[in-house]
Design a protein around this ligand. Structure first.
Ligand code: SF4
Ligand code: SF4
Length: 379
């Protein structure tokens, strides 16, 4: 059963608690949405995410969320866009429909496109067509943009890096292109879904009357699942699944395995004492405990790791490190540790341990006994 709620925003922002890493674990695990919000309208707590006034509707929080806990309206790309052999162009809702580039589709803000969205668009386009994200000169002055980098830059950088690793031709990499419109044409704020609809009609009739055509001749200013179907299925991390699926399809197209290093990786040193704290705190399940006939330990799945570092910070032995591990493809599932089974000479229970000796339960009892009675005559 899912626990979703609409956040109080005119822009149709939804939150799915069971996917939120802060709500599953602790705000120490993740607060990327709050950090990405240009209006500082989001706050993160153990309950999940709350939205104050001031949401701009940019979807930057959605793009930053590593687990798909947030979603926004307006990002579904229609099938007609995926047909043909022209460049796939995506623009933002501020651009009046008649002024969109030929065949382009508009989403509320380019900053709301996730890495999975971009990869799925690249997949849909294939190697013969390029994916162009069009900045019509509004990003620099927009409250959602206006930063050192346009809001889509982080996702675009990851996607370009992943595609380069996959041997994608450089000229076919998705790119941000600036083709400015005269600034008075663009509204100051991102339209809400209802405003966008109205704006489309008004702008269309204005366009027919020749006013938009006239405005378009002004001197432009200088400028610095494709969500098919539901974005949220029943699994807790739909966004990770979309991302991995898109990467796997792209790798299959090139007939190569998924390269290492696309996701963070955890390594473990010999200091590990198999407490299992890391698996207990990991909010995504990238680290999980396992038991087999030969031994037990902790297993790691890179594609689920979001690099929050909570495991490394929580390990009492300081045994974990977040660093790339050679030969560890994103869809691998590896045993990070394996401790053979031992029998405790004191209570005869079986437990996994590197060394001979008593089990952790007996160790705790003995140390409690020592603390209480200060002696070594253990029962
Ligand atoms: S970015 Fe996503 S997972 Fe992280 S706190 Fe925000 S909603 Fe939760
Ligand atoms: S493995 Fe560690 S860094 Fe990766 S998601 Fe889990 S707790 Fe975070």
């Amino acid at each position: 059963m899912t626990d979703s709620k609409k956040l109080a925003s005119r822009y149709g922002l939804s939150f799915r608690r069971e996917s939120c890493l802060a709500a599953r674990s602790s705000p120490r695990a993740c607060s990327r949405c709050a950090e990405a919000c240009p209006a500082r309208a989001l706050s993160v707590s153990e309950r999940g995410v709350d939205l104050a006034h001031g949401c701009l509707g940019c979807g930057c929080c959605v793009a930053a969320c590593p687990s798909g806990a947030l979603s926004a309206q307006g990002y579904r790309i229609p099938d007609r866009l995926l047909e043909g052999n022209h460049a796939l162009t995506v623009e933002c809702w501020k651009v009046p429909p008649p002024l969109l580039a030929e065949g382009a589709h508009a989403v509320p803000c380019l900053g709301g496109l996730t890495a999975a969205d971009l990869l799925e668009l690249v997949l849909a386009a294939g190697e013969g067509r390029s994916l162009v994200l069009m900045d019509r000169g509004g990003c620099a002055s927009c409250r959602a943009g206006g930063q050192a980098q346009p809001p889509v830059a982080t996702q675009l950088e990851f996607v370009r890096h992943a595609l380069t690793q996959l041997g994608w031709p450089q000229q076919g990499l998705p790119a941000l292109r600036c083709v400015p419109l005269p600034s008075p044409i663009l509204p100051v704020e991102i339209p809400t879904p209802a405003e966008r609809e109205a704006m489309g009609r008004r702008a269309f009739f204005r366009f027919l009357a020749g006013k938009a055509a006239e405005a378009a001749t002004l001197e432009p200013p200088p400028c610095g699942s494709v969500r098919h179907g539901a974005r949220h299925g029943e699994q807790p991390f739909p966004e990770r699944i979309r991302l991995l699926a898109a990467l796997e399809k792209l790798a299959a197209l090139r007939s190569i395995p998924l390269p290492d290093g696309l996701f963070p990786a955890v390594s473990v040193s010999g200091n590990c004492q198999n407490h299992g704290v890391c698996a207990g705190v990991c909010p995504t399940g990238a680290l999980t405990g396992y038991k087999e006939t030969e031994g037990a330990g902790v297993r790691f799945e890179p594609w689920l790791c979001v690099g929050c570092g909570l495991c490394a910070r929580s390990c009492p032995e300081g045994a974990l490190d977040l660093s790339p591990v050679d030969g560890l493809g994103p869809s691998a599932r590896i045993r990070l540790t394996r401790f053979p089974w031992r029998e405790c000479p004191s209570c005869q229970t079986r437990f996994p341990s590197r060394d001979e000796g008593i089990c952790p339960g007996c160790k705790r009892s003995r140390s409690l006994f020592d603390d209480l009675f200060g002696g070594k005559n253990h029962p």
